[in-house]
Ligand binder design. Structure first.
Ligand SMILES: [Zn+2]
Length: 157
């Protein structure tokens, strides 16, 4: 590490300790040239995944956008904010665990739907109807079948 005072690249580490619950390492260093002390902090590089949209444009994965979609789907449902926050965290963790640099927006949508299916049936159907651009009753039947099983929903004619 280059010394911030004399700019010579020659130092030794005096002390190393974990910070931020083990997600950061701080080191005290002394410059061998001017003998002055400075400190460095080592952190995990910020993870970033880009979302590839259907028109091939890319944008950074945005958890706030996910949250807004889920809040809309959950409006007037008996779901506490803390639960929504936890679901957003789970979805974010799922995306980062399964994709390194890019993820298709359709895959993000599928992940959100999987989590909503476990959370609330109405919210799931609402989200699916917007996200999948439902245009008929059959689309709703398919979405409901996906969480309730294929034999639950039947039309009597
Ligand atoms: Zn120095």
């Amino acid at each position: 590490m280059r010394c911030p005072y004399c700019h010579v690249d020659n130092d030794r580490v005096l002390d190393t300790r974990a910070a931020e619950g083990g997600y950061m390492v701080r080191r005290k260093r002394v410059c061998n040239s001017c003998q002055r002390r400075f400190a460095t902090a080592e952190k995990i590089e910020k993870l970033s995944v880009r979302v590839v949209k259907s028109d091939e444009t890319r944008e950074p994965f945005d958890r706030e956008k996910i949250r807004r979609g889920i809040e809309r789907a959950c409006s007037k449902r008996p779901i506490p904010s803390a639960t929504i926050e936890r679901v957003v965290q789970d979805i974010e963790a799922d995306v980062y665990a399964n994709f390194d640099s890019e993820v298709n927006s359709s895959e993000v949508g599928d992940i959100v739907m999987r989590h909503l299916a476990k959370l609330d049936e109405v919210a799931y159907i609402r989200f699916a109807s917007v996200y999948r651009e439902f245009d008929g009753a059959q689309d709703f039947v398919r979405a409901i079948s996906a969480i309730m099983g294929p034999n639950v929903v039947t039309f009597s004619r």
